[in-house]
Design a protein around this ligand. Structure first.
Ligand SMILES: Cc1cc2nc3c(=O)[nH]c(=O)nc-3n(C[C@H](O)[C@H](O)[C@H](O)COP(=O)(O)OP(=O)(O)OC[C@H]3O[C@@H](n4cnc5c(N)ncnc54)[C@H](O)[C@@H]3O)c2cc1C
Length: 257
């Protein structure tokens, strides 16, 4: 019995011929850096062609004048290298980056994150896929650690139960797939819909979209991009929000499809 937790490269299931390389994915480059000044209450997401032709750039304050500054770029939508774009942005000090003053990098992070929705089967005879190998991360907000840990535990439990019964074929392991899909399938689908709406918007289209986003409360926006709202909450926002444009935005993720 094997659990493939090899992340983006999906080493085991690829070697067994069950999957091929993720076709759609995000590439992210990020510096943890010391800066001269930063407002610790403000998180920046920067959109538009200059920041990322298919994605966004970010500045997240961590406290003590430390920030994470990064760029995420969707593949295959754009060929731009996020590391190069990040270096350029830090050099040109575009937009809110200028406010940080001198930036002294401490650590560099680079990674790839699957963005193919629920394209993979995650149980086979004697094999379970977890974490990025299974495509469980939310690529819109680059969040996958808690899912990898949580569903890794479920995979361990289902595997040990199966081993005890002496049956580790696909059908015995299926409760694992059922468990994680029940919890995050709708979130992954919602994130995909939001992303389809946003990826590749021109600067003019972004200006219009930001006019809508401005109508959201901070918590509503965070719920929206994390696809973290419960269905009832989402329907409430989609039907009762005082602003029509916001109702339209939430209607996007409310549908079943
Ligand atoms: C730029 C960026 C920023 C991110 N920021 C966040 C964040 O802030 N919060 C968050 O929750 N998520 C974040 N993520 C996503 C998160 O990193 C992943 O979703 C998460 O790490 C997935 O965990 P995993 O255990 O499935 O895979 P991984 O963390 O990739 O672990 C897989 C492990 O398998 C090992 N491995 C693979 N092949 C082999 C082999 N052949 N032999 C030996 N070892 C092998 C790898 O070395 C690695 O240690 C970010 C992703 C990117 C790209």
């Amino acid at each position: 019995m094997v659990i493939d937790a090899s992340g983006f490269p999906s080493t085991v299931c690829k070697a067994m011929g069950f999957v091929t390389q993720w076709k759609r994915f995000g590439a992210g480059a990020e510096y943890e850096a010391k800066v001269e000044k930063v407002d610790s209450e403000t998180w920046w997401l920067m959109v538009g062609q200059q920041y990322s032709p298919a994605g966004y750039a970010w500045i997240f304050p961590l406290g003590n004048n430390i920030v994470r500054i990064g760029v995420g770029i969707g593949k295959p939508e754009s060929k731009v290298d996020p590391t190069q774009r990040l270096e350029e942005l830090m050099k040109s000090k575009l937009g809110p980056i200028k406010k940080l003053g001198k930036i002294t990098p401490i650590e560099f992070h680079y990674g790839l994150i699957p963005n193919d929705g629920l394209s993979r089967k995650t149980v086979y005879n004697n094999l379970i896929l977890v974490g990025d190998s299974a495509g469980q991360a939310n690529p819109l907000v680059l969040e996958g650690i808690r899912y990898a840990i949580k569903f890794g535990r479920v995979a361990g439990k289902v595997s040990s139960d199966a081993i005890k019964t002496g049956k580790t074929d696909e059908s015995e392991l299926y409760p694992y797939e059922k468990n994680w899909k029940k919890e995050i399938e709708s979130k992954i689908k919602s994130a995909g819909k939001v992303q389809d709406r946003w990826i590749g918007l021109s600067d003019e289209e972004w200006d219009k979209e930001l006019d809508i986003i401005k109508e959201l409360k901070a918590e509503e926006f965070i719920d929206f991009i994390k696809a973290d709202f419960g269905l009832s909450n989402m329907i409430k926002l989609a039907t009762r929000h005082p602003k029509f444009v916001v109702r339209q935005l939430f209607s996007l993720v409310k549908g079943k499809k």
